[in-house]
Design a protein. Structure first.
Length: 194
């Protein structure tokens, strides 16, 4: 196989995976996990079921990959909003705004905070979160409080749960400004009393 053929195969593979992930995400957001079937996903992606099962073990595996991609997108928005030169407290505030903004993307709270734990279980979802946005919060708290990340681990997990709840409140229609202000006040009190 030539280098051009290998590149073409790799590009086709990535295009197929991307089409499946995009179609699945749209359907999971619109209908929820339980009401989305693999034939529906394949039809929406224009891909055969055989191709789906070539790339993903099953619907749950596909769903996990959709969630990982969305969690990575949230983490990327936080990273973009918090350049390394930013002061720790300022970075926490900017990261808080970025998280709540990122979670306001249509369907994201349903995927990551409602269907995610129900389908994957809390421990698997927390592992995905730890690999992405939760890690930034943990490191930001440690820097702002002058402690090691291990010393703020439990606090970071509890604050992460508060941020998730805030995202759900915004998604349910609570005033974004009020929720964001409350989260920033909570964060400031926690850091101020450390």
């Amino acid at each position: 196989m030539s280098i051009d053929q290998a590149r073409t195969n790799r590009e086709r593979t990535e295009a197929t995976r991307s089409a499946l992930l995009d179609a699945a995400r749209a359907l999971f957001m619109d209908r929820g996990y339980a009401d989305t079937s693999t034939p529906d996903i394949c039809a929406a992606a224009g891909i055969t079921r055989g191709a789906l099962y070539h790339h993903f073990a099953d619907k749950r595996d596909l769903f996990r990959h959709v969630l990982e991609r969305d969690a990575a997108a949230v983490a990327a928005e936080i990273a973009y909003a918090t350049p390394p030169a930013m002061a720790p407290r300022e970075a926490l505030a900017a990261g808080s705004h970025a998280y709540l903004r990122a979670m306001a993307a249509p369907g994201r709270t349903r995927l990551l905070l409602i269907d995610g734990p129900a389908v994957l279980g809390l421990s698997e979802l927390l592992a995905i979160d730890r690999a992405h946005a939760a890690q930034s919060l943990r490191e930001g708290l440690a820097a702002a409080m002058g402690r090691s990340p291990e010393d703020v681990d439990v606090l970071a997990r509890l604050l992460s749960a508060a941020f998730d709840r805030a995202a759900l409140e915004i998604d349910a229609g609570t005033d974004t400004y009020a929720v964001t202000a409350a989260m920033l006040a909570l964060l400031d009190r926690v850091i101020g009393h450390a």
